[in-house]
Ligand binder design. Sequence first.
Ligand SMILES: Cc1cc2nc3c(=O)[nH]c(=O)nc-3n(C[C@H](O)[C@H](O)[C@H](O)COP(=O)(O)OP(=O)(O)OC[C@H]3O[C@@H](n4cnc5c(N)ncnc54)[C@H](O)[C@@H]3O)c2cc1C
Length: 377
Amino acid sequence: MTFELSAHHREILGRAREVGEKVRWRATEADAAAAVDPVMREALQESGLAALTVPAAHGGASEQVDSLAVTVVREAFGGVSAHLDSLFAMQGIGSYALAVGASERIHQEWLPRVVTLDAIAALCLTEPEVGSDLKAISTTLVEHDGELVLNGHKSFITNAGAAHFYTVLAKEDDGYSLVFVPADTPGVQVESGPDLIAPHIIGEVVFTDVRVPLDSRVGQPGQAFPMVLQTLATFRVSVAGSAVGLAQAALDEAVAHTTSREQFGSTLARLGPMPQMLGTCWMEIEQARLLTYAAATRAAADPLGALHWSSMAKVAATETAGRVADRCVQMMGRFGVVTGSTIERLYRNARPMRIYEGGNEVLLGQLAKTLTRPARG
Ligand SMILES: Cc1cc2nc3c(=O)[nH]c(=O)nc-3n(C[C@H](O)[C@H](O)[C@H](O)COP(=O)(O)OP(=O)(O)OC[C@H]3O[C@@H](n4cnc5c(N)ncnc54)[C@H](O)[C@@H]3O)c2cc1C
């Protein structure tokens, strides 16, 4: 395994950085928005980068979604704007199961529009009473009079209200199925979600006797979890990329501040524990970046086989981002806690990363199970 990005991935990273630089001026506004920011969306559309989130057979960039390519884009976006990062990532997270298991009709009608961001995607797993323990969901899917009928309440759904379709996890008989639901289907109701410390397009989606054609079931009846797992296996590591980008941006802020501000006749960067704090941040970011690239390279080749690597990278990089952002705020003193400053926004944006796409404690528990299984590969 090589620890250097290939020329191909460096080119993708460079393109994503260009997009990030182009929209940096808009980041504060976009990251406070509860609806899709038109500047961010247009920049993403023009870049063509969302093609990386969909397989080539449906208008995307590569035969299989390349986890490393998605990860480096999120590294570039994560340090600039959580809104931009989420807009990009959700196109893949919300549509990947469709690419794997949806009908030809849905493939043709919807996936090319995901690539161009003319259709915004969303994935509905979480419910008011159910987070990590997805097998406890109560949303139901039944076949009735030649149609599928969906009833349930999904909670904390990214892109709720902005999405053009929802990929929904539901109980069907004794198993679990995924179903594709266009957002304008009668019976789909979006309610606004709570305000978060790091604002996000988020909401509750209620499905009341929602009727969709039989070919809206994604994959075979009762076979949702392998597709959910494939989605996570392909995209989880990209959260690590976003976290690395965020941590790097926080450190860049702290370096600029501590090398330009003087106290006690010296720059802050030379005072007391400051050098150790700066050095520790840098070391931890590079550690996280290396693990992230290594995990994403493995996930690109074999997403399911590398799931434990993706989980490790997600936990390591998001915990790093939390620690680094906190230290950077501290190094910047009162300027670190000013609402509307870049460091304050990065500090807030770092926090939810440890909770979504697999709570870090849940992932560590799964890693322990893998580690202690008798015949570990
Ligand atoms: C910004 C944001 C965006 C989101 N977007 C979406 C979305 O688009 N679609 C969607 O479906 N959901 C979404 N979610 C919900 C997210 O998936 C859940 O928050 C996540 O699954 C955790 O569930 P929970 O919050 O209910 O926590 P819980 O499951 O109640 O867990 C609470 C705590 O207990 C820990 N814990 C839980 N189980 C175990 C265990 N077995 N072992 C050890 N520790 C455990 C967790 O790690 C966590 O620290 C989003 C959440 C956020 C914050």
